[in-house]
Write a protein that binds this ligand. Structure first.
Ligand SMILES: Cc1cc2nc3c(=O)[nH]c(=O)nc-3n(C[C@H](O)[C@H](O)[C@H](O)COP(=O)(O)OP(=O)(O)OC[C@H]3O[C@@H](n4cnc5c(N)ncnc54)[C@H](O)[C@@H]3O)c2cc1C
Length: 305
């Protein structure tokens, strides 16, 4: 049986992508979680998401950017995405990863690149979410975000916090004071017990604590989860505290619990779908498999049938 950490390990072996992609069926299975390889395909997916009453966030997949020149291509991609959102009128913002913009090469380069996207989004009245990555970059990601937030408005740029990290409750309490818009998620990386709760029950309990800090702050945040227990706890808290349905939004990933996405939108809750697209889909796809053993069996069964 493949464990979660084994799959996360495999997700870092880009060479396997070439092997995996040779199975046309494997490729087809990825379309459940990835909107396509081009902006056009992502736009088409978002039109459909919008038609079901949900908004979206573009995510150009590319986690292995190794040179300053490659980061430039990422910036150009995102500037194109922001232009396409305006041209097409689709309801979407964008999510970026700082490693994509050069964080591993030079944090200043990542800051300058991210700034160009936030500036363009600001000009277009759109919004940029800075995704959170592994715990080795948590602090530098928050630092860069704070610089951007100091230069731009609350509704121009936001950040992500992960409930599996011990530090997150304190981070969230400090970030709401700025104020800053946050996306709360559980966290998708393989983290050691020195920095993250090893037990799922503790990650969930912390998720609920942080969710309450966010909702009580009066700032518009994103509650990102597919977990019905987290969603129920959020709805209960909002109803108990008299927090309006449009004072925050739920967020889910493309292709995961579409039934629940549409149900929440029908019930009048804000619902945003995160839409990954691009040629470098392999690590993202493997992390989604790592989250749910049933998905692995689904892939295996179809590969060997
Ligand atoms: C919009 C959005 C943005 C995100 N951004 C980040 C980020 O910036 N940084 C980061 O570290 N992580 C991010 N994540 C990933 C997140 O941290 C979790 O890894 C992921 O959402 C799974 O956690 P969960 O809350 O859905 O709960 P879990 O406890 O993992 O799952 C609860 C239930 O949800 C369903 N489910 C969960 N995952 C799947 C799946 N892959 N396939 C089918 N059903 C599933 C199952 O019914 C499962 O029982 C993001 C997630 C979302 C939804």
């Amino acid at each position: 049986m493949l464990t979660r950490s084994a799959l996360i390990y495999l997700s870092r072996q880009e060479g396997l992508k070439e092997f995996a992609a040779r199975f046309s069926l494997f490729r087809k299975l990825t379309t459940r979680f990835i909107a396509g390889e081009s902006i056009d395909e992502a736009v088409a997916a978002i039109r459909e998401i919008n038609a079901h009453g949900c908004t979206a966030s573009f995510d150009h997949l590319n986690e292995s950017v190794g040179s300053a020149a490659e980061t430039e291509a990422e910036v150009v991609e995102y500037l194109n995405v922001l232009a396409r959102i305006d041209e097409t009128g689709i309801k979407s913002n964008v999510s970026i990863k700082l490693t994509q913009f050069g964080l591993d090469i030079d944090p200043e380069l990542a800051y300058r690149n991210a700034r160009r996207i936030v500036e363009d989004a600001h000009r277009r009245s759109n919004f940029v979410r800075v995704d959170m990555e592994g715990s080795n970059v948590t602090q530098v990601t928050i630092d860069i975000f704070k610089r951007l937030r100091a230069e731009f408005g609350l509704n121009d740029v936001g950040i992500v916090v992960q409930s599996y990290l011990y530090r997150t409750l304190k981070d969230a309490q400090q970030l709401v004071k700025i104020p800053a818009r946050m996306r709360l998620c559980k966290g998708a990386y393989n983290e050691p017990a020195e920095v993250a709760y090893p037990e799922k029950a503790d990650v969930d309990a912390n998720y609920i604590r942080v969710m309450q800090v966010l909702l009580a702050s009066g700032v518009y945040h994103g509650i990102a989860t597919h977990d019905p227990k987290m969603i129920d706890a959020t709805i209960d808290f909002a109803q108990r505290e008299g927090i309006a349905k449009d004072a925050f939004e739920f967020q889910m990933l493309y292709g995961i619990r579409r039934d629940l996405q549409e149900q929440l939108a029908r019930d009048g809750w804000g619902m945003r779908v995160y839409v990954p697209y691009g040629k470098h889909w392999y690590p993202y796809f493997m992390r989604r498999l790592a989250e749910r053993p049933a998905n692995i069996w689904f892939v295996m069964k179809n590969l060997f049938k």
